[in-house]
Design a protein around this ligand. Structure first.
Ligand code: SAH
Length: 530
């Protein structure tokens, strides 16, 4: 199962994908669907509806203690996605000060699942995980009867009521019986497609995306609706305009990203005061979700960062030291790649110690060393200023001595740039995410921007403080050596700073710049680092 770091943080499968071998050893029914490939990996064929169903039923049993039966000719829910939606609803409840999950949660949460399907998956999960009460609606006879059986099978009738509703009705019809009953939320995984052609995937997936990794098992009533999901959700919006505050949050999942904008526009046009959206990521499958409320006293969660931006944020900050610079650092007949890595690592440790940054070597391979660093204080912003003053003072001194001509262009650039940083994007990376010491050495006079620009200064002062026990920055620093493959046995080195956690990513970029500059100035000075 392809899983994703972008899953909801509380999704139990985010860091711990299902262990197929273990499940197969425990559940003989499941074991028949797995196979071991030539590389020894245990695999499941996600194109086989029976295999997908076996996995869903096995996970529900193993991880939630639920016994569920699902006919093959109807939609088979995948559990990681359904959990992402449930956790998002929990978060939405929190925006209204209602703790909807975990210890100390609100005793009575009541939700509606529009179109519960044969599995009755959302009510079963919500009731089992959080003790939520549900009204589950369904138009399809087969779905309705299976959903009722699945609730009874798990003895959850006290929490879940399944009702059959007439086609084309949504919330209004289902709620007309008891007009005084209030609900905390409604959720819905609507039929996504308007036509069978669309359901086959002709229009729903952009050309550059790979095909989905699992089979779509939905029957026609489940995946097709007049006007597709747009029309379906528009009708829920219309119902919500009548019901207003009878429900706290109205939510819908969407199969197509392009449905979000027109629906948000519709909500804006209708004067709905609070609207938010999210994306559920699980492997190759993404789904979008929309929520709106007529309550105004809510702190809306910010929408998730764009995928491209997330990928950019995940990229490490890289300092590259081409072999020419490595030579400068360690001498012409310097040590081997392995020793160079060790040398640079020792140098970084020395600088980190000066900056009062804690470090521990977590792993060491022949041409790679990893340091896990923790900083409880941002000392490097001020260190940079101090060093700049010192540098300016020494430059002035040299100029006064009439000695400036004796500096090489590299030394001059190093001196005048030692406090400046590479050009940064708002996320704090330069355009390539790489800052190359070699640029300076080779005389590339690319204009560099000082980190003490207004945007940086703004956050600098608040960051230079001790914040109790919560570290300002944790990072994994890898020092890697790569053989250049030439006859001289030259090697390039890379120092990668990976963000782990902390108060602000800028602090990592600032630290990377300080380390880069220290490496650079040490290469200007005649002595090799010690
Ligand atoms: N919630 C389930 C099933 C989603 S498929 C899951 O996530 O796996 C969509 C379901 O909505 C189908 O079972 C379909 O029969 C049902 N449905 C379609 N129109 C409906 C309506 N107007 N009211 C209630 N259910 C409806």
């Amino acid at each position: 199962m392809a899983l994703d770091r972008a899953m909801h943080p509380r999704n139990r499968y985010r860091d711990k994908p299902p262990d197929f071998s273990f499940l197969a050893s425990k559940y003989p029914d499941f074991s028949q669907y797995i196979h071991v490939d030539l590389a020894g990996n245990v695999k499941l064929n996600f194109k086989d509806p029976e295999a997908v169903r076996a996995l869903t039923c096995t996970l529900l049993k193993e991880d939630f203690g639920l016994t569920v039966e699902i006919p093959l000719q109807r939609l088979i829910p995948t559990i990681p996605l359904r959990l992402n939606y449930i956790h998002w609803v929990e978060d939405l409840m929190e925006t209204m000060g209602i703790k909807a999950q975990g210890p100390g949660s609100h005793a009575f949460i009541r939700g509606i699942d529009i179109g519960t399907g044969t599995s009755c998956i959302y009510p079963l999960l919500g009731a089992t995980m959080n003790g939520w009460h549900f009204l589950a609606t369904e138009v399809d006879d087969v779905c309705y009867s299976h959903a009722c059986c699945n609730v009874e099978r798990n003895r959850l009738q006290d929490l879940i009521q399944v009702v059959k509703v007439p086609e084309k009705t949504l919330l209004l019809e289902a709620l007309k019986e008891n007009p005084s009953v209030m609900y905390d939320f409604c959720m819905c995984n609507p039929p996504f497609f308007a036509t069978a052609e669309e359901a086959k995937g002709a229009k729903s997936r952009s050309a550059h995306r790979p095909p989905p990794s699992s089979v779509n098992t939905g029957g026609n009533t489940e995946i097709l609706a007049e006007g597709g999901e747009l029309e379906f959700v528009r009708r829920i919006i219309q119902d919500s305009l009548h019901l207003m505050k009878r429900l706290r949050w109205y939510t819908c999942m969407l199969g197509k990203k392009c449905s979000l904008a027109p629906l948000k526009e519709e909500l804006r046009r209708c004067g709905v005061p609070r609207v938010t959206s999210t994306v559920f990521c699980q492997g190759r499958t993404s789904r979008w979700a929309l929520a709106w409320t007529f309550y105004t006293d809510v702190s809306i969660p910010s929408p998730p960062p764009k995928r491209r931006k997330m990928e950019k944020l995940k990229r490490p900050f890289t300092i590259s030291l081409p072999s020419t610079v490595v030579e400068q650092l360690l001498g012409q007949n310097g040590p081997s790649v392995k020793d160079s890595v060790q040398e640079v690592c020792r140098f970084l440790e020395k600088v980190l110690a000066e900056l009062k940054v804690q470090f521990i070597r977590v792993s060491s391979a022949p041409a790679e060393v990893s340091l896990f660093i923790t900083a409880h204080e941002n000392t490097w912003v001020h260190a940079r200023r101090k060093r700049r003053k010192e540098q300016q003072a020494s430059l002035t001194e040299m100029a006064c001595d009439g000695d400036s001509r004796s500096m090489s262009s590299m030394e001059f650039q190093a001196a005048s740039h030692s406090d400046s940083e590479h050009t940064q994007s708002p996320e704090g990376h330069n355009s390539a995410g790489v800052c190359s010491v070699g640029k300076v050495e080779s005389g590339d006079n690319e204009v560099e921007r000082d980190l003490d620009l207004p945007g940086m200064r703004m956050s600098g002062s608040s960051k230079h403080s001790v914040h109790g026990d919560k570290p300002v920055l944790k990072s994994l620093v890898n020092v890697k050596g790569v053989d250049d493959g030439d006859q001289e046995g030259n090697a390039s080195l890379f120092v990668e700073l990976h963000w782990v956690e902390g108060q602000n990513r800028d602090s990592l970029n600032q630290l990377a710049s300080v380390l880069r500059n220290r490496l650079l100035s040490s290469c200007v000075s005649p002595a090799a680092p010690n």
